[in-house]
Design a protein around this ligand. Structure first.
Ligand code: BF8
Length: 658
């Protein structure tokens, strides 16, 4: 036996049944194995996660190390410089927050740049689609609107929002949206963000060798940076994208790989920035390009989304969605994808190899994200169609030259998506009295026990979609209304929970509310930056009244059960900092039992923030979240109301049965 075959033999085989509950992905994994193609699922099976790194027990911030601690005995040693386990973990954690926050805020800044160029008339290919939202936002930011031109209002909005990034001192503009008592807590602890650039710069400085060596002080800067993401960069990305491209309202759309069409030119856009996708939408509607596709023998051009920009377009325009993060390689295994255009974030380098195997034309489009060996067609907002038309033309050529057999899993599920904060307001309160009052009332009377945000990635270290689906089912069964974003939204959509009929899976109280309003028990809010919609909704619940004075008082909880990215850590920390109990799955990148662990999991709550939680098992995760919601109900004195309403319902059911 040669050395190579010995090594091959040692390679762990992937157990597809344990890898995913997504049937389409499983079918494509089987095909990939028949075709001899490797995916991230296979690499994860073959590569054990580094246990030292997983526990954040190492420090490579200088070349006296890298230093390695023993996660089972974290205080037995320090790093060469004397850094303790708590300093090392807090610094590593802070750098994850900085990187995640940088991704969201850089995305938000791109959207704001585009907004400036559009309103100043330098870019004509995009326009303001939601002037009402723009005017509402201006009023919220104390900008005069009466008797003024929309362009002047918009430029003032731009100048005000720009502070979110570049301001060196003071508070970011969206603190105006934060409930007074929550803001008081932030001010008391000195964590109100100044500008995102300053906060991220300061984290990188503080975590440099020999600077901040007090885990509580490092956590404070983590908090300030994460808040600059949630109430800053991410919130701007959401608000400005709505203004430019339209605020989502409920729309029926299909998800899963069955959205691909054998006889059409299939194009996938995967990434995070909606400007690329919006331009592609125009390209695939171009009569000349449609004719070119027909001349190549296709019945038309089929545009499909993936990951977050896909979730955003699903919510905003009802564009079909082929799958979440762990399906981005396997979708290429269908052989049906003629071109895939990617921009930034969550783009696996492994896509290049899989695309090559199946002849899919893969294109990077953003100067921030190039992949070795992949063709780059730069996307310019001043001439966006140059890039997207070129991708379509390449897709048509690939369609004409399709050689390999195409196998598209015959699986697609319809659902209702597009529940923006504004629409929830309207849906519950009606056109003339749009309000969260009915939501608060239903929480107070106990029909709805609380609200949970279930968000985030999929990760090959756990069975794809399974933790998301089981957790959400458990929550709604217990009358917890679930709001979602990102890849988690797609997991549940594939499982059929975005149909209003899924209300039958909810507990009696939640089911009654869903049936009255005609909504599914799970509401999809869009992409990961749209987690800011959840923050806005929480602030509105506090403002409407009856559920306490700060976000920390609300009977709400959050979870990212299959997360994998640093962005997720930043999101988790801004929810914690805002007052929300936030439970993560898969693994938590610090050592249990350390002072830093206790700080994140207990002490932050004692200081008036939320706190972190961790559980791998979805039922345990649900139990923790529900227990927290019940704790908050009790503190608000509304725990008895729920018992009464459930007794009423039981009586009613008994009467109906008699
Ligand atoms: O921002 S949920 S895998 S696609 S990181 Fe990535 Fe995670 Fe998906 Fe979007 Ni969010």
């Amino acid at each position: 036996m040669t050395e190579k075959s010995k090594k091959d033999e040692k390679q762990k085989t992937l157990n597809i049944q344990d890898a995913t509950i997504c049937e389409a992905t499983a079918q494509m994994l089987r095909k990939a194995e028949r075709d001899g193609v490797e995916t991230a699922f296979h690499r994860a099976a073959d590569m054990k996660a580094c246990p030292i790194g997983a526990d954040s027990a190492c420090c490579k911030n200088c070349t006296m190390g890298p230093c390695r601690l023993n996660p089972r005995d974290p205080y037995a040693k320090t790093g060469v410089c004397g850094a303790t386990a708590d300093t090392i973990q807090a610094r590593n954690f802070a750098r994850m927050v900085a990187s995640g926050a940088a991704a969201h805020t850089d995305h938000g800044m791109s959207m704001l740049d585009l907004f400036r160029e559009v309103v100043s008339g330098k870019i004509k290919e995009y326009a303001i689609k939601d002037p009402i939202k723009l005017a509402d936002l201006a009023v919220e930011l104390d900008i005069e609107v009466e008797g003024r031109e929309l362009k002047d209002i918009a430029l003032d909005v731009y100048r005000e929002l720009e502070r979110t990034y570049v301001q060196v001192d003071g508070e970011i503009p969206f603190v105006k949206r934060v409930p007074e008592k929550t803001l008081e807590t932030w001010r008391k602890h000195g964590v109100v963000p100044r500008g995102a650039m300053r906060e991220i710069m300061e984290i990188m400085h503080r975590t440099h060798m020999g600077v901040d060596q007090d885990y509580e002080n490092i956590t404070r800067q983590c908090t300030r940076t994460a808040l600059a993401d949630g109430w800053g960069g991410s919130m701007i990305a959401t608000e400005v994208s709505d203004i430019l491209f339209g605020t989502p309202t409920p729309v029926k759309a299909d998800v899963d790989m069955g959205c691909l069409k054998k006889n059409e030119v299939n194009i996938i856009i995967h990434g995070h920035e909606p400007n690329l996708f919006e331009s592609m939408l125009a390209s695939v509607d171009d009569p000349g390009l449609i004719q070119a596709a027909k001349d190549a023998g296709a019945e038309g051009i089929n545009l499909v989304g993936m990951c977050c920009s896909g979730a955003e377009m699903l919510s905003r325009h009802g564009i079909p969605h082929a799958g979440n993060f762990m399906s981005t390689e396997t979708v290429l295994v269908t052989g049906a994808v003629d071109a895939m255009g990617v921009d930034v974030q969550c783009i696996k380098q492994g896509l290049a190899k899989v695309a090559e195997c199946y002849g899919t034309r893969l294109f990077t489009t953003n100067p921030r994200c190039r992949i070795e060996g992949v063709t780059h067609i730069e996307f310019h907002e001043h001439a966006p169609r140059e890039c997207t038309d070129a991708i379509v033309e390449n897709a048509i050529v690939r369609f004409r030259n399709r050689r390999l057999p195409v196998e598209i899993p015959n699986i697609r599920t319809a659902g209702i998506h597009g529940f923006s904060h504004e629409y929830i307001n309207y849906m519950l309160g009606g056109t003339f009295r749009g309000s969260y009052t009915p939501l608060n009332d239903n929480i107070i009377n106990g029909r709805i026990r609380g609200v949970a945000g279930v968000v985030g990635c999929t990760n090959p270290r756990v069975k794809q979609d399974w933790v998301h689906v089981e957790l959400v089912k458990e929550l709604i069964k217990n009358d917890v209304l679930v709001v979602q974003t990102g890849c988690s939204q797609i997991s549940l959509a594939k499982a059929g929970l975005y149909k209003p009929e899924a209300a039958h899976l909810a507990g009696d109280g939640l089911r009654e509310v869903c049936e009255t309003v005609g909504m599914p028990p799970v509401l999809g809010l869009g992409s990961c930056v749209d987690n800011s919609r959840i923050l806005t909704a929480c602030a509105e619940m506090v403002r409407v009244g009856g559920l306490g004075e700060s976000i920390a008082d609300l009977p709400v909880a959050g979870a990212a059960p299959e997360y994998m990215s640093e962005k997720a850590i930043s999101i988790g920390h801004y929810f914690v900092a805002s007052g929300v109990y936030t439970v993560f799955g898969v693994t938590f990148p610090i050592m249990e039992g350390t002072k830093f662990y206790r700080h994140l999991f207990e002490e932050l709550e004692e200081l008036g923030f939320g706190k972190w939680g961790f559980a791998k098992d979805p039922y345990e995760m649900a139990r923790l979240m529900i227990a927290h919601i019940d704790k908050k109900r009790k503190a608000l004195g509304i725990d008895k109301a729920r018992e009464r309403v459930l007794m009423d319902m039981a009586d009613r059911q008994r009467l109906e049965a008699a």
